[in-house]
Design a protein around this ligand. Structure first.
Ligand code: AMP
Ligand code: GLY
Length: 430
């Protein structure tokens, strides 16, 4: 069968690469794809983004199902459009994607269903937001309500910073419609983990746990980014915590959405902060897989991924299981000069040789200029490796990453540090 993956990032390269490994899959189209998906055997880029064109292509070419990578087309209703045309597609509807596309929707939903999260208030009026801030002490987080490509969150260290964030979003209109409402919430302390599942409206299949590194620089310093590296599993998610997150967060979301008449289908990503008190609180929901979390997670998935997605589309997730490589996988992001503010494009990338079976270089912001692969976006590559320990995966990923070069390359040197530090701390959950 032929499949389609929507998107152009490292996440989509990893999803398409994994789908292609199914013996039943002949070809995976990636729309629009990147320089890596253009070169990967069995993958083919499709220069289409408009829903009607994509739908027409799937109908004409007999695409068996479509997997949607990024949040933007989901929030625009790509799943509704594909289903309306009688096509099989995995992802949430536009209404269900509000768990990500409106922070206020997500917070209100969590309140209704008793899901643990930071205390919050929502504002459209700047004066009211400023007054609320003045009445509160301590560190605070200001978030644009809508999608802002990962830039809509300000974790303010001081009240002045928080006031400035309100002005930028509400008065300054920095994010347009997306910032016309802001959510102000209590700043949570602890360690973050990414908890991602597949949902079919009713049943849940947990994927392996992972941890991202959002800051640009070593030691979690510098500006927030889309993610500079990730690894799986995340030992902070012990078996007890895993069960607790399923019980207190994931199941109530899927049951609650169903109950409210908006059944949740697709990947569901809960970003959780695990506090000193051991309580997992939701920072955010994403209605898709994480990037770069997907890259290490897909390296570890042992099942036929196409079969899992088909089961999800058909509402049979209770009848399948996911099997994970027992090893760690760790991915290091190589970002372009100027990322995250103004990434430079067009730098030639050298050293993209053949990897070994334990290493895969997933492309994100790359394009082909003739035969030459060049940078074409902020996060350029994610070099991902497997290893028996997190340290071994880390060493292997950095050895491979160090062979790749382009002008202005930015890369953190410490991806996986929390897990390396925690080494020997015992049991982990896939
Ligand atoms: P979000 O888009 O809501 O995930 O926010 C992006 C990042 O901001 C998260 O991954 C956290 O690192 C941080 N963040 C968001 N909300 C909070 C919060 N309430 N307390 C502390 N950090 C937060
Ligand atoms: N890596 C974080 C995200 O995908 O939102």
């Amino acid at each position: 069968m032929k499949l389609l993956v929507i998107g152009s990032g490292g996440r989509e390269h990893a999803l398409a690469w994994r789908l292609k490994q199914s013996p039943r899959v002949q070809k995976v189209y990636v729309a629009p794809g990147n320089g890596g998906t253009a070169r990967e055997e069995g993958l083919e880029n499709l220069p289409l983004t408009a829903f009607p064109e994509l739908i027409e292509f799937c109908q004409r070419d007999g695409v068996a199902f479509t997997l949607v990578g990024p949040e933007a087309p989901l929030a625009e209703g790509i799943v509704d459009a594909f289903r309306g045309a009688g096509l099989k597609v995995f992802g949430p509807t536009r209404a269900a994607a509000q768990l990500e596309s409106s922070k206020d929707f997500a917070k209100q939903f969590m309140t209704r269903h008793g899901i643990p999260t930071a205390a919050f208030a929502t504002f459209t009026d700047a004066a009211a937001a400023h007054a609320y801030l003045d009445a509160r002490g301590g560190a605070i987080v200001v978030k644009a309500d809508g999608l802002a490509a990962g830039k809509g969150v300000v974790v303010a260290q001081t009240k002045d910073e928080a006031h400035a964030a309100i002005d930028m979003m509400l008065a300054g209109n920095a994010f347009g419609e997306a910032g016309a409402r802001v959510v102000i919430e209590e700043c949570l302390q602890g360690e973050e983990a990414s908890f991602i599942v597949m949902a079919d409206g009713e049943h849940i299949l947990s994927l392996a746990t992972s941890q991202d590194h959002k800051r640009l620089l070593d030691g979690d310093q510098g500006p927030n980014t889309g993610g500079m590296g990730a690894y799986s599993p995340a030992p902070v998610v012990t078996p007890e915590l895993h069960a607790r997150i399923l019980r207190e967060v994931i199941r109530p979301v899927v049951a609650g959405m169903k109950e409210e008449g908006v059944p949740y289908t697709g990947f569901l990503y809960a970003g959780v902060m695990i506090g000193e008190d051991g309580v997992p609180r939701v920072l955010e929901f994403n209605c898709r897989m994480g990037d770069p979390e997907t890259q290490p997670i897909m390296m570890r998935l042992k099942n036929d991924f196409a079969t899992l997605v088909e089961a999800a589309i058909d509402g049979r997730l209770d009848q399948v299981e996911a099997e994970w490589d027992r090893r760690y996988a760790l991915g290091v992001v190589l970002a372009a000069a100027g990322y995250p503010d103004s990434p430079r494009k067009g730098d030639a990338i050298a050293g993209l040789g053949e990897g070994d079976a334990n290493v895969h270089v997933f492309h994100a912001g790359t394009a082909l200029d003739g035969d030459q692969v060049v940078t074409a976006g902020g996060r350029v590559l994610c070099v991902t490796a497997l290893g028996d320990t997190v340290k071994m995966a880390q060493t292997r990923a950095y050895e491979a990453a160090d062979r790749i070069d382009f002008a202005g390359r930015q890369m953190r040197r410490d991806i996986g540090w929390r897990a390396v530090q925690r080494k020997g701390s015992g049991r982990k959950k896939p």
